[in-house]
Every structure is written in C-alpha cells, then in structure tokens.
Design a protein around this ligand. Structure first.
Ligand code: PMP
Length: 307
C-alpha cells in the first residue's frame, strides 16, 4: 500500500503533502503540459541505508524530456538531487520508496503555448515490496497502436503520453487480461503501458530497439548490462514481430515500478510451460540484488541517502 509522506518538495520548499495542489485550468491539466520521472529507492536492512537507484540517469532523462517538451526546469540537476535527499531525510523515511518528480506549466487558465511558470514537485511515496510469488501475467496485444515519434514521441516521459497507455490498459482489463503490449503502426512490438518488454526464444534474448517507439527505460538499460556481465548473454535489440512473442519460451516486463514481471501468456497463448522461466528468474535475482545493494560491483548505480 502506498502511504502518504508528511511532506513533499514543491517549488523549492518542503510543504505538507495536502498543500501540493494545482489549478484545474492550468496547462498541466488542460493540455497535459507535464513531464516527470519515476524512481525507486530501496532500503538495505543490514547496511542501514536507503539507496536511490540510478538517480543521475533518471534526472538526465527528466532534462531530456523537458528539452523536447520545451519546458525549462528552474533548477540544476544537482539542486534537485540535494533537495531530494533533504526531503527523504526530513521525512525520516527508512523503507522502500517510489519517487515521483513532476515539472509542469502551472498558471491558471494558461494558453496552449504557455511555457511558464514551471512548477516542480518531488514526492517520496512509501512502496511495499513487490509480491515475490510471481505467477506471470496474462497479457493481450492491444488493438490500440503505440503513439509514435511522428506525433507524440514515446521517448519522453510526458503525462500526455499516458493517455495512449491508459486506453490500452483499460481495454485489456475490461477484456479480462492483466496487461497489454502495444504494437507500432507497422505491427512491430513496442512496450507495455508503463514498462519495456523482453523475450527469450531458443535461448536468445531480444528486446525492441530504442527506435521502435519506446521509452528508453533505465531498467531496460540496466538489464542490457546485467545480461551481458552477470549472465553472459547478449541481448539483441531489433524489430520484433507479434508472432515471435507468441512462440517465445519466456517474456517479461521491466520498469522501475514494475521491477521484473514475468508474462505467462499472450492473447491466451501460453509461453513455455506457463511458469516463470529460468532466464527470467536469473535476471530478476541479479536485478533485485543490484538495486538493494547486495552486489558491490554495481554500487556506482546507488545513491546512499543516510551514509
Ligand atoms: N516504458 C514506459 C512507457 C514507462 O512508463 C516506463 C516507466 N517509467 C518504462 C518503459 C520503464 O522505464 P524505467 O525502467 O526507466 O522505469
């Protein structure tokens, strides 16, 4: 369950959670003029520290989203990082967190092309451990196509992009599935509504390329490294057909929030024996060790909050 923190960061100050409001006529609400990041932090019990996972990379992506969306963030990356640490410490949070950073056009009744003022908020939400009993998801191929670089670039994390994700997810749930995978206009795999996708076929690992209409996931990038360095497997990034997914032995979603979640079936076609596959299990264990600080080789990806 997500519990509310006492305070969050809003425009340079730590304010009570309830005070972080936005006008109903702001461009952020009216036009989805908002870009954001979602970051995880993991509490390590034995080291008594909280580790923010790949904070630098998430902030880099925030500034890339801002550039493309023509939003000027009125802080430096270092100022945001310092404020984030201050926020967590002031809330005395010693548990797993999901961190949400928003930057948005925040003026009442602003015009469609208004670009100021920009508000920035950061919230550090307690997030429980993901269920370790992973039975795999039953997913469908959505009849909604993924948004494209030609119209709404999926490369950026903008709130407006999630309208496409919501349509796919709501349709999937209505039709009795757990989740959805979207294809691009050419019928090639892109990603899930809020996570990237990998598949394993004949012992080889595949994922759509960054030019296949996806968000350039930081978990995805992490797994490319871990597959190579920890499992000795090379991941092929290329166009993937829908039917390649149907005949895969294993597939999984990955993302900061989702972590690594196995896919049991696609369009009611079972993958492998329907259980969590061996390679999915191994990469998931490698990933969870890294994010929680149990693998010293990847300490460079962790920003310690307390020590
Ligand atoms: N794709 C989409 C559409 C997402 O919203 C997310 C979650 N941010 C991801 C992929 C995974 O990205 P990351 O691993 O950086 O969380």
């Amino acid at each position: 369950m997500t519990k509310r923190p006492d305070t969050l960061f809003l425009n340079g100050e730590l304010v009570p959670y309830e005070n972080a409001t936005v006008h109903t006529l702001s461009p952020a609400v009216k036009y989805g003029a908002l870009i954001f990041e979602g970051i995880r932090a993991y509490w390590n019990e034995s080291q008594e520290d909280l580790y923010i996972f790949r904070a630098e990379e998430h902030l880099d992506r925030l500034f890339e989203s801002a550039k493309i969306a023509r939003i000027t963030i009125p802080y430096t990356k270092q100022e945001l990082l310092d404020s984030l640490l201050r926020l967590i410490i002031s809330n005395n949070q010693k548990q797993d967190l999901h961190i949400r950073i928003n930057a948005y056009v925040d003026t009442d009744n602003g015009a469609m092309d208004s670009t100021e003022p920009i508000s920035v908020s950061m919230a550090t939400l307690p997030m429980g451990r993901y269920d370790t009993k992973d039975t795999g998801l039953d997913v469908c191929i959505s009849s909604w196509a993924r948004i494209s670089e030609a119209a709404m670039p999926p490369r950026i994390k903008s709130a407006a992009n999630y309208h496409n994700s919501r349509l796919a997810l709501l349709q999937a749930k209505t039709d009795g599935y757990d989740d959805a995978i979207l294809l691009d206009g050419n019928g090639k795999l892109t990603e899930g509504p809020g996570y990237n996708v990998f598949l394993i076929r004949a012992g080889r690992v595949y994922t759509p390329a960054v030019t296949n209409g996806i968000l350039e996931g930081i978990t995805r990038a992490t797994l490319l490294t871990l597959f190579s360095e920890q499992l000795g497997m090379h991941v092929q990034e290329r166009d993937i057909d829908r039917t390649e997914l149907y005949i895969a032995e294993e597939a999984f979603f990955c993302g900061s929030g989702k972590e690594i979640k196995s896919i049991a079936s696609v369009d009611r076609l079972q993958l492998g024996d329907g259980n969590v596959g061996e390679i999915t299990t191994r990469i998931r264990e490698a990933y969870m060790d890294v994010v929680r600080g149990a693998n010293p080789k990847y300490q460079k990806w962790l920003l310690p909050v307390y020590n």
